[in-house]
Unconditional design. Structure first.
Length: 433
């Protein structure tokens, strides 16, 4: 009973803190603009392949398989974690044994994956500590990003140690009768072989509490770290942008403006309800769609996008990973101050300028290699283009070469500097040379 009360208290605190964090993030989403969904059949297929099947990450034979195994391992181990929460709350012991023959499969695969994940996490730690993987570095990768990665890997490592310790102690308490279910823990049995019955029960409780408390701590740390993708990556894949890569988003407000310009009579028909849009493109995080914000929360900071970005590879400042990290950081800054100071508050800062420079934005070739590569289907170019649209349409702040071309299109209806009536002359010159 005491265990149940203590567990109930810890669970309550965990859910309370998590609920508050979720509420805050929901408030951030409410600051954003709409994004159209639909076509759920295609989305579910995307979730099954890119999300659950990890097809994009598996394109890298070694690191990809390692990551996919950790992901699948987590899915299986989560079933056991759920059982622990039910046991802790109701005072039961391994309540899922009621599932009959399914239970050994669940426990056995959880045990196998715990061993596998433990080894893989050790390999990931080794790789980060001793191998200079280029994509883990970059101007945007501040020390806090590295601490974040090590902390998460450390916690996952301890989670697996505690799970295997728990299974081993449980097996020993039951005189190794579950050995055939537990492929990894049965190998660890000799470590506990000389312990008395009461010592085994103590270790069982120690590992049980260690595992469940680590889960609760981890769940509450995740939203404040890059590992929030544990929660957001699958929804992000499900809600992926479905249009072909490279297809630019339509701007209905811009179309309306152009139509009115070409047909001034229509301008008089415009009602108050069709007031001018507050802004063309994206200047700050309150101009982005909720999907772009979800993209930023789903970013694992893996650097696969930056590693293939031709602008970055040729020494430009642009890093698509930084675009996502900056968006997330700016929302935290702006969203936080709006809640503290009220919705009219302006801190005089914005995503463009204070986080992302025009130089970075104009370096993008819109090749979409980053979006192709991103394992969680983030679409970086759509946000980059939206910010460029703001610069072009609201600030007329475009590079000189582009300004000339745009002026030519406006004046001549073509990107060249010749008026339309001189096209024939130009053609004649070509045919006579
Ligand atoms: S679309 Fe832009 S950001 Fe993405 S890889 Fe190409 S150049 Fe880099
Ligand atoms: S945007 Fe995608 S590929 Fe780039 S760092 Fe984030 S998760 Fe990795």
């Amino acid at each position: 009973m005491v265990k149940q009360i203590v567990f109930g208290f810890i669970l309550g605190v965990t859910l309370g803190v998590f609920g508050y964090t979720a509420w805050r993030i929901r408030q951030y989403f409410r600051l954003t603009k709409p994004y159209a969904t639909g076509n759920w059949g295609k989305r579910l297929k995307m979730l099954a392949t890119v999300g659950m099947g990890q097809t994009k990450i598996l394109r890298q034979p070694v690191a990809g398989v390692m990551h996919a195994l950790v992901f699948w391992g987590f899915l299986v181990i989560t079933i056991g974690s759920l059982e622990m929460v039910i046991d802790g709350f109701w005072g039961t012991h391994r309540i899922m044994q009621g599932l009959g023959m399914v239970y050994p499969v669940v426990v056995g695969s959880g045990d196998l994956f715990a061993g596998l994940v433990l080894v893989l996490i050790a390999a990931f730690l080794f790789r980060r500590l001793f191998m200079k993987i280029k994509r883990f570095y970059g101007a945007e990768m501040k020390p806090v990003s590295k601490i974040d990665a090590y902390a998460a890997l450390g916690i996952i490592f301890l989670l697996m140690v505690s799970l295997l310790g728990l299974n081993t102690a449980w097996n020993q308490i039951n005189s190794n009768s579950y050995s055939h279910w537990l492929p990894v823990s049965s190998l660890l049995a000799p470590l506990f072989a000389n312990l008395s019955g009461s010592a085994l029960h103590t270790w069982h409780e120690v590992f049980w509490w260690m595992h469940i408390v680590l889960i609760f701590i981890f769940a509450n740390l995740l939203p404040y770290s890059k590992h929030f993708h544990v929660f957001t990556s699958l929804p992000n894949v499900l809600l992926s942008r479905l249009e072909p890569l490279g297809k630019l988003d339509h701007m209905p407000d811009m179309e309306k403006e152009v139509r009115m310009m070409m047909n001034p009579d229509q301008a008089f028909a415009t009602t108050q309800a069709e007031a001018a849009p507050s802004r063309f493109g994206v200047k700050d995080v309150t101009d982005i769609t909720w999907k772009s914000y979800l993209d930023s929360l789903a970013c694992t900071e893996c650097g696969r996008c930056t590693a293939v970005c031709p602008a970055n590879l040729t020494g430009k400042k642009l890093s698509p990973r930084k675009i996502m990290m900056d968006t997330r950081a700016r929302m935290k800054e702006k969203g936080g101050s709006l809640f503290r100071m009220g919705s009219d508050y302006s801190d005089g800062r914005s995503l463009i300028g204070d986080y992302i420079t025009p130089e970075e934005l104009w370096a993008c070739t819109t090749c979409n290699a980053c979006a192709m590569e991103c394992p969680v289907n983030i679409n970086q170019p759509s946000l980059i283009v939206a910010m460029r649209r703001y610069l072009a349409l609201e600030e007329a702040a475009v590079p000189a070469s582009l300004a000339t071309m745009l002026a030519n299109i406006e004046n001549n209806g073509a990107p060249w500097q010749y008026p339309a009536e001189e096209r024939e002359k130009w053609m004649n010159e070509l045919t006579h040379t």
